[in-house]
Design a protein around this ligand. Structure first.
Ligand code: SF4
Length: 244
């Protein structure tokens, strides 16, 4: 099955906390009135400009193996290479906020409005991530009559993170064809528009997604976001952020 879905922008509006965290605010520092005003202005721009759209499709385990291997540039050992052979369902996805948001960020920087430009950039990054959660919800609603998937055992993984080399985007794009919703792949493997996400949702028993973050590349990881994701999985809550 393959499906294109429109996402309501109201369903991906970020809370201030993760946006200010991306701006470099420590958790115990509260933004002042000026910063909150800039946040509000950026939110207004996002509401007016974002046109979130997504596509997802089921693929087989064999198809995913070839996408995972990509151009052969993955780290020698990765969490995903141990997780995916235990998964029951494989779903490719891509989503974008669309070009007007990215154009506005560029225009703000070009006009030296760095504060608003940086805020909109952070806001759009968090909103792009939230699109992943909406795709999961949609997929689980749509697929609920089929024999799988266990909603507590669904997790998203993206090329470019946790040892899965970004060049796997090429094989992912070849199979999913997200050009139909306006996402193309640059030679650098970055997506155009930049505020887009892509990857695979793996469904299976929750425990297949648990691992120790002690891979060589983990020492350079600033977020350690897998720790939170695994904690949420243990508590039976669907994850809200993708792996990085
Ligand atoms: S510590 Fe960072 S790089 Fe390592 S698995 Fe977790 S999220 Fe990925």
């Amino acid at each position: 099955m393959r499906e294109q879905i429109q996402i309501a922008v109201q369903d991906i509006l970020p809370d201030p906390a993760p946006v200010f965290a991306l701006q470099g605010y420590p958790p115990n520092v509260h933004p002042d009135a000026r910063a909150l005003g800039i946040f509000k202005s950026a939110m207004g721009l996002l509401l007016g400009l974002a046109r979130p759209v997504a596509v997802w499709m089921d693929i087989t385990a064999e198809e995913f193996q070839s996408i995972y291997e990509g151009e052969g540039d993955n780290a020698p050992a990765t969490p995903l290479e141990r997780i995916y052979p235990q998964a029951e369902h494989f779903v490719l996805f891509a989503a974008t906020l669309n070009e007007p948001v990215c154009d506005e960020i560029k225009a703000l920087f070009a006009n030296d409005d760095f504060a608003l430009g940086a805020m909109l950039d952070s806001l759009a990054s968090v909103a792009a991530d939230l699109m992943g959660g909406r795709i999961e919800e949609h997929y689980l609603r749509t697929a609920s009559s089929s024999p799988g998937p266990n909603s507590n055992g669904l997790m998203r993984y993206s090329p470019g993170y946790c040892g899965w080399h970004i060049s796997a985007q090429k094989a992912l794009f070849r199979r999913l064809r997200p050009e139909g919703i306006g996402i193309t792949l640059r030679e650098s493997y970055l997506m155009q528009p930049l505020k887009s996400i892509s990857g695979v949702m793996l469904c299976g028993r929750p425990e297949i997604h648990r691992f120790r973050p002690d891979y060589p590349f983990c020492s350079e990881c600033c977020t350690k976001s897998c720790v939170d994701r695994i904690k949420k999985m243990k508590k039976g809550r669907p994850p809200e952020v993708r792996s990085d």
